[in-house]
Write a protein that binds this ligand. Structure first.
Ligand SMILES: [Zn+2]
Length: 324
């Protein structure tokens, strides 16, 4: 990008700093016990103050309260957020579109901080106001060059009183390289789309190299021996940065799964079974199931590893039903 174009963009960016992105976004429903119960189930939070009216009555809260970490959940828009056609236009979407038009097409969330001013109770009606607090200078990052956008959401109740706030930072960036695409076929037919590429760096390059050789490796802590996946620099159990790897037998069971139908990303076949596999060695890995109709997948089903090419360039560790 020329210096002039960059100056032109940065001039336009300045107009967004300090403004509210739009009118307050009200939560679709009041704070309610059904959503609280679902959240607690999903999070595995058994604190009775969230779900047991009698027990909650005996606490300092004198009744059921919502887990504070649900704060943003009350005002999120649900699946419509995934559909650009249904996305509500506001200054934030305008800012993202502006950056996209200058080539900063990708986005990744990098930081989130939340503060809870008071507990929410069933019946509270929440609305969020978002301010674009700051936009950084152009920064070079491992993902590519881009701009950090900081927003602050303030959550208020039916009386207009603040109940909490959240700061959120995203990097809107120009990716280093577009995902590799197959060469156009003779006659100019559209290239076959490929799966999204993983971001490979210092901490996980060894793992992807092994997969490319047809091998699944699992990281093992050099301090306490705990297995961990996906690969990362430090042990979450003992904070050791020493590690080795093991080659698991490749057998395990389906711990949980979901079947993806929509939205459809190019390069994937749908319905796509996305499964959390519990390896017999004791750690879990997210993978796709193959050789199995989505309707036949069951939790607890024995599976075996099968490292397979998913296109002409990339292999992935997939799992198939074990033959009994
Ligand atoms: Zn450890």
């Amino acid at each position: 990008m020329s210096t002039d174009t960059k100056q032109e963009l940065e001039q336009k960016l300045k107009a967004f700093v300090g403004i509210e992105t739009g009118p307050p976004a009200p939560a679709p429903e009041p704070v309610n016990e059904s959503m609280i119960r679902h959240w607690c189930e999903a999070m595995g939070d058994a604190n009775p103050v969230y779900t047991d009216a009698d027990a909650a009555k005996k606490t300092v809260h004198d009744g059921i309260v919502a887990p504070p970490t649900m704060l943003q959940g009350w005002t999120l828009r649900g699946v419509e957020m995934a559909d650009p056609a249904k996305m509500r236009k506001n200054k934030q979407t305008e800012l993202h579109e502006l950056l996209s038009s200058y080539g900063y097409t990708s986005v990744v969330a990098t930081n989130c901080d939340q503060t809870y001013t008071r507990y929410l109770r069933p019946g509270d009606r929440i609305a969020a106001t978002t301010v674009i607090e700051s936009i950084s200078e152009e920064k070079a990052t491992a993902l590519g060059i881009g701009y950090f956008i900081n927003t602050r959401d303030v959550f208020r109740d039916q009386r207009g009183e603040e109940v909490g706030w959240m700061t959120f930072r995203v990097l809107k960036f120009r990716p280093h390289q577009q995902p590799a695409q197959a060469a156009p076929a003779a006659g100019g037919a559209a290239p076959t789309p490929r799966r999204m590429r993983p971001i490979i760096g210092h901490d996980n390059g060894w793992w992807w190299e092994a997969v490319a050789r047809g091998e699944l490796l699992i990281q093992k802590c050099g301090g306490c021996g705990a297995l961990r996946h996906p690969p990362r620099a430090m042990c979450g159990e003992c904070q050791s940065i020493e590690w080795t790897s093991i080659r698991p037998k490749g057998t395990g069971t389906v711990y949980s799964y979901t079947v993806l139908h929509h939205p459809k990303f190019p390069g994937y076949e749908y319905p796509l079974v996305c499964a959390l596999i519990e390896l017999d060695e004791g750690t879990r890995i997210v993978s796709n199931l193959t050789g199995c109709a989505p309707a036949d997948v069951r939790i607890g089903m024995p599976v075996v590893l099968s490292i397979e090419p998913v296109d002409d360039e990339m292999k992935l560790p997939l799992f198939r039903p074990a033959r009994s």
